[in-house]
Ligand binder design. Structure first.
Ligand SMILES: [Zn+2]
Ligand SMILES: [Zn+2]
Length: 381
């Protein structure tokens, strides 16, 4: 037999309020929309446990050693002649413990959490901003305000069960006549009936609707971060309090910049002559045009760092990462006759006396600086 107390993480003397509290916490934690489909079974377990422990009759039955969720419960000795086991147990325990704990099932139930995702551009991640998401979920029925009754009417006491939500009847058993109780069929156990259900929500107090939600995105947010908006989720049955809305943030790839933590990287192509002689050039950044100074003698894969032009630090908004420009030196492939002769002159003067080629088993970088990708590879290995 499953240990429902353990499933909910409460002890055997837990009050109804404790059980409800534990259930709310766990059902949010394991909700497949939030935790992922692999938690579906865990979510069901939690619901099964709550179904039993939240119902005074079922809980008594469970405490006596019979699992009300088990279709074969009691098959050992009680089957045959009794019919509905629930009736029999509520008969035994209802009379033995005085009953009375059974009550109407509230019409209003808390709403579930909802999950959505929003995509933002890299600029929004750098500086923060607003993300917009369209969600389709249950919202409060505006026509009845959640009551489910037409024209502002309130549900009225059920004339069959007089508000108790259950009916008592006498059954014959082999032990003699006994009183048993079952949920009232007319009001489905609510103890109240809605005479004229609201036509907009068919008496449910809530309707499905699509709405746009704007969510504030903090500067420095990382890809796949999850934001929570309290009470923006699904409105419950009977207009019950809304659950929370969770929004997963995805950052779209940018054409010009790659993000690595709080740093941004970009690649700039410069002519060979700029790398040799040095050159200042303007590049586009999230902070507008900025000047990059290519130093004379710049090597392929060298980087130029623009301090403080990266992503805002999520914990300290005063701090920002750097923008790192990777220099890609372009070697000309087509030369005019004049250019060729100039390069030949250069070679004759500069490379004169270079009699042999330096050879090594691995790349030798004069500056010993590692490129971004090899650093990234080191970090991941
Ligand atoms: Zn309505
Ligand atoms: Zn009733």
């Amino acid at each position: 037999m499953a240990d429902y107390y353990e499933t909910l993480g409460v002890d055997r003397n837990a009050s109804d309020a404790d059980i409800k509290k534990a259930y709310r916490k766990l059902s949010r934690k394991y909700h497949p929309d939030i935790a992922g489909p692999e938690f579906e079974d865990k979510f069901k377990e939690v619901n099964n446990a709550y179904e039993v422990l939240s119902n005074p009759d079922k809980r008594r039955m469970y405490d006596s050693g019979v699992d009300p969720n088990d279709p074969n419960a009691g098959a050992g000795g009680f089957s045959g002649g009794f019919g509905d086991m629930n009736d029999v147990f509520s008969t035994f325990f209802g009379s033995a413990f005085g009953g009375g704990a059974q009550g109407p099932v509230p019409r209003t139930q808390p709403g579930r959490d909802a999950l959505a995702s929003a995509s933002i551009d890299l600029r929004t991640a750098v500086f923060g901003g607003t993300a917009h998401v369209k969600i389709n979920t249950f919202s409060l029925c505006q026509d009845c305000g959640g009551s489910g009754a037409q024209g502002g009417a309130q549900p009225v006491t059920c004339p069959d069960c007089h508000g108790r939500g259950f009916m008592q009847k006498v059954v014959r058993t082999m032990l003699g006549q006994m009183m048993t109780s079952a949920p009232c069929e007319r009001c489905e156990g609510h103890g109240t009936i809605i005479k004229n259900p609201c036509p907009s929500c068919m008496g449910h107090g809530r309707v499905r609707s699509t709405r746009n939600v704007g969510v504030t995105v903090p500067a420095g947010i990382s890809d796949n971060a999850r934001l929570r908006l309290a009470n923006q989720g699904e409105v419950g049955e009977g207009g019950g309090a809304a659950g929370d809305l969770y929004i997963d943030i995805r950052i779209r790839a940018d054409k010009q910049f790659t993000r690595d933590g709080d740093d941004l990287h970009c690649w700039i192509q410069v002519p060979m002559s700029w790398a040799i002689l040095g050159h200042d050039l303007d590049i586009d950044t999230f902070d507008g045009k900025q000047t990059v100074s290519i130093p004379a003698g710049c090597q392929p894969e060298d980087t130029v760092t623009l301090k403080g032009l990266g992503v805002t630090n999520i914990r300290n908004n005063e701090e920002r990462g750097d923008l790192i420009a990777h220099v890609n030196v372009m070697v000309p492939t087509k030369l005019s006759d004049d250019e060729r002769s100039l390069i030949e002159q250069f070679a004759a003067s500069h490379d004169a006396g270079a009699s042999h080629v330096s050879q090594a088993s691995r790349p030798q970088n004069s500056t010993q600086k590692k490129g971004f990708f090899s650093k990234l590879k080191d970090a991941l290995s």
